[in-house]
Design a protein around this ligand. Structure first.
Ligand SMILES: C[S@@+](CC[C@H](N)C(=O)[O-])C[C@H]1O[C@@H](n2cnc3c(N)ncnc32)[C@H](O)[C@@H]1O
Length: 240
């Protein structure tokens, strides 16, 4: 069976494997993706934050520490939503179980919209970015990370990866991946596609980052050297 982005995490074996990987010492999320997202948050106003594809909402804690007063997570997987309750105890936060595509985004509501490693599961980013633009207050920020297009380009629609060579880079669209013991749908787009989709929605793009490995985030020299080989994540920040 092949699953879309959130159905995949409702297969218990996939969910358990994912959670196990997140616990791993020097895992890529914590050493490469998170430091960049935290830097991009910098001076932004995160008073009312919307987190799309929030997973278990572990990011809420960091946001509350930064002054976030209201947190809403959107998440399609019931396994993730169940786990999220542990991270939100006693906080002004909630997770709504629905799809990113289907939620009814209230206009002019959030100072910050974040999305970490979920947008490569979305087929139509033009519609999504327009909804995000509308739900942001004036000068609000949109910050997101995705699997780097160099990585998603090595996946193919057939799901059969014959190598790790960048291929069909300029053919955007559906890709299938054997991952963590299951099969999941993803969508590949070039860096330019993401950049221009933000501009089409009306955003001013402010930062583009590729999670360049930083030595201080690694205890293990060999892991650091390995991470210098290929880019794993792309992050962008934009302003309304
Ligand atoms: C790789 S996980 C990242 C979770 C979290 N953002 C983090 O960084 O810890 C991607 C999450 O996006 C959710 N997701 C993927 N596609 C979705 C969709 N179309 N609607 C809602 N959630 C989605 C998945 O269920 C999963 O929890």
């Amino acid at each position: 069976m092949s699953y879309n982005g959130y159905e995949f995490y409702d297969v218990d074996a996939n969910f358990d494997n994912y959670m196990e990987r997140r616990k791993g010492k020097e895992n890529a999320n914590d050493t490469l993706e998170k430091p960049v997202i935290c830097e991009l948050l910098g001076e932004v106003n995160c008073k009312k934050t919307l987190d799309l594809g929030c997973g278990d909402a572990r990011f809420a804690k960091e946001l509350f520490d930064l002054g976030c007063e209201q947190y809403i997570g959107i998440e399609g997987s019931s396994n993730m939503v169940e786990r999220a309750s542990t991270f939100l105890v006693g906080q002004q936060g909630k997770v709504i179980q629905t799809s990113i595509e289907g939620w009814d985004y209230p206009e002019d509501t959030f100072n910050l919209v974040v999305s970490r490693l979920a947008i490569h599961y979305i087929e139509d980013i033009d519609s999504m970015f327009l909804k995000i633009y509308k739900t942001l207050t004036s000068s609000g920020s949109f910050i997101f990370s995705i699997e780097h297009p160099v990585i998603t380009s090595t996946l193919q629609p057939s799901g059969i990866r014959t190598n790790w060579i960048v291929d069909n880079y300029f053919k955007d669209g559906f890709r299938e991946q054997q991952w963590l013991g299951g099969t999941v749908h993803k969508y590949h787009r070039s860096i330019e596609d993401y950049f221009r989709a933000l501009q089409r929605a009306g955003f001013s793009v402010e930062h583009l980052r590729e999670s360049t490995p930083r030595r201080e985030h690694f205890e293990n020299e060999a892991t650091y050297e390995r991470r210098l080989k290929i880019p794993l994540f792309l992050s962008l920040s934009a302003r309304k």
